[in-house]
Write a new protein. Structure first.
Ligand code: SF4
Ligand code: SF4
Ligand code: FES
Ligand code: FES
Lengths: 250, 275
């Protein structure tokens, strides 16, 4: 495919610039391959995080020509031959070096979520927890998440408005959805979803869904259903009145 | 590495294309709807024939009050509460559309899809993905001023009622003076509620209420419930909600244009009543 023009971010949290590179690209290469070639042939100390090179570990999240993407799943033939390809680290999280950002904020959010709490009353006669395929299907979609945090990176609530104290971000909204919709789980997280995890901060503009490499319908199947569960509990006067008159359903 | 200015982005593709066409497209609809609403005339056509039947513009349905002396007005017996009230202020046009358009409009304005696109197109919040919007330290999402968006379900109930009314209008359009027939207008007026059904029953709230709020689709006996089947169907529509939103919206406006043009004599309705 010949010589191609690249720009890579080089620097750390204090200073940095975009550096130009020219590099030979072969048929079938992905952006991560080219970054590796630049690393081995031109700048040995270039920092780039990766692991599986198969779109499954979620390590190689970067911004390619401004779009949040997995470097290992972005093929070079997506771009025209003359186009300069710019690669930057994900912007929402603190930079460590070059293309690597510190995403540990996300692990902290995860820890704050009440984990799966199976309801012992739902064991069958043999003492097993049984789940039907129809119920598995709905929550399984959310389990495809590879924790690449591209959705967290693109979400304007975190990225532009920097509301990391008020919103857990789309990745954890779908984790919450997978727990809340689980037929065997008995924990109740609705109050936290509204007050602590910040479901109301999301304005459903869907960038998370647009960038998810696993094509999880984050907004339609995760966040909006959670918002509606919050409405049931807090904003629907008819349900409120019903519960007052006839008591809460179990 | 980056500036804080509006629209700042490293994206090199045409990210602005979608917010631009949706923004302009919807603006055209709003302008036309406002104009048509303020007219107060040429919303009804039955070729001058009295009795059961005629074409009624969806923007004017249901007819709460009628001012029967304007051109292209419906006969007074189509009104729910008779003729136009005396106390109506002169400043506001005596148009039946003014009384009812808030219903369908509130449904669309609080729709999850419309919210997505107008937050992007009009409020730049954000204008595009990884494109800088208006940076706002006080950003509150839908928790403060926009908390009313949580009432979308109540507008859904109104919208379902409107489907019944527009379906009745579709039946009405197959008659003229009590005589059954088919005109191009009848077909246009019949497609209208069908598209609205596709849009309304694919609503996220309907998906939630019809089954989504349940944690278990197979309880109590391990078999998929009826609710689950309904939820599956609604989910299918919901996956295409944006498409239904646009075609149903365009069709409603087109239906009004059609009735208006036929009623004012610019277009001739092809039909079996020979008029
Ligand atoms: S839809 Fe909500 S969570 Fe997803 S990117 Fe937009 S604001 Fe963030
Ligand atoms: S939801 Fe999608 S984009 Fe977000 S972390 Fe998981 S895989 Fe990545
Ligand atoms: S290296 Fe694992 S997802 Fe890219
Ligand atoms: S979500 Fe679009 S109509 Fe309810």
């Amino acid at each position: 495919m010949g010589l191609r023009k690249f720009k890579l971010f080089r620097g750390d949290s204090r200073e940095g610039t975009m550096k130009d590179f020219k590099v030979e690209v072969d048929q079938g290469m992905v952006v991560l391959d080219v970054i590796h070639r630049i690393q081995s042939e031109q700048v040995g100390d270039l920092a780039v995080r990766w692991n599986c090179k198969a779109g499954k570990c979620g390590s190689c999240s970067v911004e390619i020509n401004g779009k949040p993407k997995l470097a290992c799943m972005t093929r070079m033939n997506e771009y025209s031959l003359e186009e300069t390809i710019s690669v930057r680290p994900i912007k929402t999280f603190p930079l460590i070096k070059d293309l690597v950002a510190d995403v540990s904020w996300n692990y902290k959010q995860n820890k704050n979520i009440a984990p799966f709490t199976p309801d012992p009353d739902k064991k069958d006669n043999n003492g097993n927890y049984i789940m039907m395929q129809e119920d598995v299907d709905r929550v399984q979609e959310f389990r495809k998440c590879i924790e690449c945090y591209l959705c967290q990176n693109v979400c304007h609530v975190l990225r532009d408005h920097d509301k990391k104290n008020e919103f857990v971000g789309p990745r954890f909204m779908i984790r919450l959805a997978s727990l809340e919709m689980h037929p065997l789980d008995k924990a109740d997280r609705i109050e936290n979803i509204k007050n602590d995890y910040g479901s109301g901060m999301c304005n459903i503009t869907r960038c998370c869904t647009d960038v998810c490499p696993e094509h999880i319908q984050i907004t339609d199947n995760g966040i909006i259903p959670l918002k509606e569960r919050v409405v049931d509990r807090y904003y629907d006067p008819i349900i409120w009145l019903w519960n007052k008159l006839f008591g809460k359903p179990k | 590495m980056d500036s804080n200015s509006l629209f700042n982005t490293q994206r090199s593709d045409r990210w602005w294309f979608e917010p631009l066409w949706t923004g302009v497209g919807f603006l055209c609809f709003v302008i036309y709807t406002t104009w048509a609403m303020l007219q107060g005339d040429y919303y009804w056509w039955s070729a001058g024939v009295e009795g059961f039947g005629g074409y009624l513009s969806p923007f004017y349905s249901p007819l709460i009050f009628i001012n029967p002396i304007v051109n292209g007005a419906a006969p007074i017996d189509h009104s729910w509460f008779g003729s136009w009230p005396e106390w109506w202020p002169n400043l506001i046009p005596a148009s039946p559309a003014i009384l009812i358009l808030a219903g369908p409009l509130s449904f669309r304005m609080t729709c999850y899809y419309y919210r997505k696109f107008y937050y992007r197109s009009y409020f730049m919040s954000p204008p595009g993905c990884s494109v800088k919007g208006i940076r706002n330290k006080k950003y509150k999402g839908e928790t403060a001023l926009l908390i009313f968006q949580n009432l979308h379900r109540f507008t859904l109930y109104i919208a379902i009622g409107i489907i019944f009314i527009l379906s009745y209008d579709a039946i009405l359009s197959f008659f003229q003076g009590g005589e059954f027939g088919v005109g191009l207008g009848s077909i246009i007026l019949t497609i209208n509620p069908i598209l609205l059904i596709g849009y309304t029953f694919g609503c996220h709230v309907f998906r939630h209420l019809s089954g989504g709020h349940k944690d278990c689709f197979t309880c109590p006996n391990g078999k998929p419930t009826f609710r689950y089947q309904v939820w599956k169907g609604v989910s299918w529509l919901n996956g295409r909600h944006m498409m239904w939103a646009w075609i149903s919206m365009i069709w409603v406006a087109f239906t009004d244009i059609y009735v208006r043009m036929v009623a004012s004599g610019y277009w001739i309705d092809m039909n079996t009543w020979n008029n």
